[in-house]
Design a protein around this ligand. Structure first.
Ligand SMILES: [Zn+2]
Length: 246
């Protein structure tokens, strides 16, 4: 682990793209892959989160579907954490050009980050499949049991990609382009063989820096690897707050 090297990489670039993986955002909002959440959902709804948050369930049992969306996702979206604010500082300093994530709870956006590419969508961009009007999470929370478009009365589609649906190809293209133009790829909270981490294949730049909570055999593909219990502590040490830098 070389925090000094990580600091050199992060403070030496003006075009970093961050792949922000699950281990760095799982405290913000319910994570479908977290064992206790899977267990609790099965106890409460009789199905796994993946089975409920699917196209089939959305069409066949919309009231139950939206109950799950409201209670387990929208109401439990969590607050932005230290990692999100460090990324915001890096963006403000003109170092970070984009964040790519599979998270959809908008934690980095709510921390103030501007260029966040959310591959799986956004809980605040629920859309009417017929007329395209966009509705906030608040609108979904307020319109029970089945939220409908206030223009054309069509059942709203969640802003998050459902299991069984394709990811938006325009968003994927934007992410791939951002990665391919970056000088530094900062991968946090996932390994390089995960679905997000494997997007490093688009990277043509200089250095890949990886910060994660556990080691993985693909870590050797990175130029700089920092593994530790706390992603936030590693990032904070490598990228000190302004007053400490001066
Ligand atoms: Zn509509």
């Amino acid at each position: 682990m070389s925090i000094r090297y990580l600091r050199e990489i992060l403070t030496g670039s003006r075009n970093i793209v961050c792949l922000q993986g699950r281990a760095s955002w799982s405290k913000q909002g319910n994570d479908f892959y977290r064992k206790d959440f899977i267990y609790d959902t099965e106890m409460k709804y009789g199905l796994s989160p993946d089975e409920i948050f699917s196209t089939t369930f959305y069409h066949n049992r919309p009231a139950k579907f939206f109950e799950f969306y409201r209670e387990e996702m929208l109401k439990k979206r969590g607050e932005p954490g230290p990692v999100n604010y460090i990324l915001k500082e890096m963006e403000d300093d003109g170092r970070l050009s984009a964040i790519v994530t599979r998270g959809y709870f908008n934690a980095s956006k709510r921390a103030g980050c501007k260029n966040v590419i959310q591959l799986h969508g956004d809980i605040d961009r629920n859309t009417c499949p017929r007329c395209g009007k966009v509705f906030s999470a608040e609108y979904i929370l307020e319109h029970k049991p089945i939220p409908k478009c206030d223009v054309c009365e069509t059942m709203i589609h969640p802003g998050v990609v459902l299991s069984g649906e394709m990811l938006d190809s325009a968003v994927m293209t934007r992410a791939a382009e951002a990665i391919s133009c970056a000088d530094v790829l900062l991968v946090i909270g996932c390994n390089l063989s995960s679905r997000l981490g494997s997007m490093a294949r688009y990277f043509n730049g200089d250095k890949i820096a990886l910060v994660n909570v556990e080691e993985h055999y693909t870590d050797r593909k990175a130029d700089c690897v920092c593994i530790g219990d706390s992603i936030e502590n590693i990032l904070r040490e490598a990228y000190p707050a302004k007053k400490e830098q001066n």
